[in-house]
Design a protein around this ligand. Structure first.
Ligand code: HEC
Ligand code: HEC
Ligand code: HEC
Length: 442
C-alpha cells in the first residue's frame, strides 16, 4: 500500500473509533431499563402522569405553577446562600471552572423580565437562550426536556408572578476551551434527547407518575448518577451514587446492602417527605435542601409514586459502601477508642452533648447517628461536610451546628474518623489534607 492509502486507512479507523466511543458515551437513556414500548401521552388513558396531582387540578394556575416549580426544585440552584429565593448567583464548582446560576425573577435587566414564553420553553427543552447561545448542562435541561409544554408554561407563569429583584450575577469563570458556549451545542446534540415524556403502558399509572416526578421534574439522577468524561450522566450506572458538589449522593437503587433495597416503602416515603427516616438517618446538605424546597411540598400520593418508581430501579452495587451497621455502640468508649484519641476528645467536647455515645438519641430521634448512610460511608465525605457546614432543617427547631470556622482540618478529620469507626460499619482514615480539599470544593 502507498503512503496515501495508509493515511486514508488510519483516518477511517480514527473516525470509526471516535464514532464508536461517542455512541458508547451516549449510552442508554434514563428510562431504557423500563423497556422500549411507550405510547404518546395523548393516547394514554390509564392515568395522568404529567401536570399536578388530581386533588390540585381545581387550583388556580399560579398554585399549579408553584407546585410544579417546587417539584422541579428550581429554587435550590437559583438561590444564593443566605439570599432571596430565585435571584440567582449560586456558584457551581465544576472540574472546568465555576458557573453561576441566573436570576429567575421577572426583573427586566438582570432576570427573565424580557423573556417570552416561547423563549422560556426553548431554554428548558433545548438549553438555548433567546440570543441563540447555549447553556451549560449544570442547568439540568437534559432532564427538563421531558417536561410537557403545558407544565413548562405553568412554571413560567409562576416565575412571572414573583416580585422582580434587580440582582446581577457574577460572570462564569471558565478557562478556554470550556468558556466556548457553542461547544455546548455539540454536547446537547449528543446528550439532550429533546423529547417529552411518553408513558410506558406495561407499567402502572403510579409508576408512570413516579417516573415523570423523578426524571423530568425532580432530576434525582443529576446528583445520584455518575457522569462520563463529557459530564453527561452514565445511565449504565443509573442511581448507583456519585460525588456531586463535594457531597456523596448515595446509591438509591434497589441493591439491599449499598443501596436502599432494604428500606421499607414507609421509610423511603418518610425520608423523602420529611428528610428523616428512623434507623436510616437524616438528609443533610444538598439532599436536605431538596427535601426542604421540593420533596416536602409534594402530596402524599406523589411521594408514594416516587417510592414506587424507586422500587423498580435495577439493583447496582456500590463496592465502596459496606452494609449499614445496626448494632448499637457500647455506652462509653474505652481509652483506646477506635478512631483515635483526638477524635474521641473532639467528640466528647463538641458533639456528645447532642449525640449520645450509644449512637441513638431517645430525646431527639433526628440526631441518631446509628443507621445513617453518611456514618457508614468509609470515605466520610458527608460526615465532614455536615461537620463543616452544619444543617438547619426547616421547622424542626433543632439544628446541627457548623464547626468549620472553629475547628482545624486535623480535628475535623479526627472526629470524622472517630464517628465512622464508632457508629458505622468501617472507620474512615481521613487526613487533614483531605478535609482541606473538601473545604475548597463546597
Ligand atoms: C442543578 C441546578 C439547577 C437547577 C435545578 C435549575 N437550574 Fe436553571 N440554571 C442553572 C445554572 C448553573 C444556570 C446557568 C447556566 C449557564 O451559565 O449556561 C442556569 C440557567 C437557567 C436559565 C437561563 C437564564 C439566562 O439568563 O441565561 C433559565 C431560564 C433557567 N436556568 C431556568 C430554570 C428553571 C425554570 C428551573 C426549574 C424548572 C431551573 N432553572 C433549575 C442551574 C440550575
Ligand atoms: C442536589 C443533589 C440531589 C438531588 C437532586 C437528589 N438527591 Fe438524594 N441525596 C443527595 C445527597 C447528597 C444525599 C446524601 C445526604 C446525606 O448524607 O445526608 C442523598 C440521599 C438520598 C437518599 C438516602 C440514601 C441513603 O442511603 O441514606 C435517598 C433515598 C435519596 N437521596 C433519594 C432521592 C430522590 C428520590 C431524588 C429525586 C426526587 C433525589 N434524591 C434527588 C443529593 C441529591
Ligand atoms: C446542638 C446539638 C448538636 C451538636 C453539638 C452536634 N450535633 Fe450533629 N446533629 C444535630 C442534629 C439536630 C442533627 C440532625 C439535623 C437534622 O435534623 O437535619 C445532627 C446531625 C448530624 C449528623 C448527620 C446524621 C445523619 O443522619 O446523617 C452527623 C454525622 C453529625 N450530626 C455529627 C456531629 C458531630 C461529629 C458533632 C461534633 C463535631 C456534632 N454532630 C455536634 C445536633 C448536634
Amino acid at each position: 500500500m502507498g503512503a496515501r492509502r495508509w493515511v486514508v486507512a488510519i483516518l477511517l479507523v480514527a473516525v470509526l473509533l471516535a464514532g464508536v466511543s461517542l455512541a458508547y458515551l451516549r449510552g442508554p437513556g434514563p428510562l431504557a431499563f423500563a423497556g422500549s414500548q411507550t405510547v404518546p401521552l395523548s393516547a394514554y388513558r390509564a392515568g395522568q402522569p404529567t401536570g399536578v396531582p388530581l386533588e390540585l387540578a381545581p387550583a388556580d394556575a399560579l398554585a399549579r405553577g408553584r407546585y410544579l416549580t417546587q417539584a422541579a426544585d428550581c429554587q435550590a440552584c437559583h438561590t444564593p446562600e443566605g439570599g432571596a429565593a430565585f435571584i440567582g448567583g449560586r456558584p457551581f464548582k465544576t472540574p472546568f471552572g465555576t458557573l453561576y446560576s441566573t436570576n429567575l425573577t421577572p426583573d427586566r435587566d438582570t432576570g427573565l423580565g424580557a423573556w417570552d414564553e416561547a423563549q422560556f420553553l426553548r431554554a428548558l427543552h433545548e438549553g438555548v437562550r433567546p440570543d441563540g447561545t447555549h447553556l451549560y448542562p449544570a442547568f439540568p435541561y437534559a432532564a427538563y426536556t421531558a417536561l410537557v409544554d403545558e407544565d413548562v408554561r405553568a412554571i413560567y407563569a409562576y416565575l412571572r408572578s414573583l416580585a422582580p429583584v434587580h440582582h446581577p450575577v457574577p460572570a462564569n469563570e471558565l478557562g478556554f476551551p470550556f468558556n466556548q458556549r457553542w461547544l455546548m451545542g455539540l454536547w446537547s446534540a449528543l446528550f439532550n434527547p429533546d423529547r417529552r415524556f411518553a408513558p410506558y403502558p406495561q407499567r402502572t399509572p403510579e409508576w408512570n407518575r413516579g417516573a415523570y416526578l423523578a426524571e423530568a421534574l425532580g432530576h434525582c439522577g443529576e446528583c445520584h448518577t455518575p457522569r462520563n468524561v463529557l459530564q453527561a450522566l452514565n445511565q449504565r450506572r443509573k442511581f448507583a451514587g456519585a460525588l456531586t458538589n463535594g457531597w456523596q449522593a448515595y446509591n438509591i437503587t434497589t441493591q439491599p446492602a449499598s443501596g436502599v433495597g432494604a428500606w421499607t416503602d414507609e421509610e423511603l416515603a418518610q425520608y423523602l417527605a420529611t428528610g428523616h427516616a428512623a434507623h436510616h438517618g437524616t438528609a443533610s446538605g444538598p439532599m436536605g435542601e431538596a427535601v426542604q424546597m421540593s420533596l416536602s411540598h409534594l402530596t402524599p400520593g406523589d411521594v408514594q409514586a416516587l417510592v414506587t418508581y424507586l422500587r423498580s430501579i435495577p439493583a447496582l452495587s456500590a463496592p465502596d459502601l459496606p452494609a449499614v451497621r445496626t448494632e448499637p455502640a457500647s455506652a462509653a468508649p474505652g481509652p483506646a477508642a477506635a478512631g483515635g484519641q483526638l477524635g474521641r476528645d473532639v467528640f466528647a467536647g463538641a458533639c456528645a452533648g447532642c449525640h449520645p455515645w450509644s449512637g441513638t438519641s431517645e430525646l431527639w430521634e433526628r440526631a441518631s447517628l446509628l443507621g445513617a448512610r453518611a456514618v457508614n460511608d468509609p470515605s466520610a465525605v458527608n460526615v465532614v461536610q455536615i461537620v463543616l457546614h452544619g444543617f438547619a432543617p426547616a421547622g424542626e427547631g433543632r439544628d446541627m451546628p457548623a464547626f468549620g470556622a472553629d475547628y482545624s482540618d486535623e480535628e475535623i478529620a479526627a472526629v470524622a474518623n472517630f464517628v465512622t469507626a464508632r457508629f458505622g460499619a468501617r472507620g474512615a482514615a481521613l487526613s487533614a489534607a483531605e478535609v482541606a480539599r473538601l473545604r475548597a470544593r463546597s
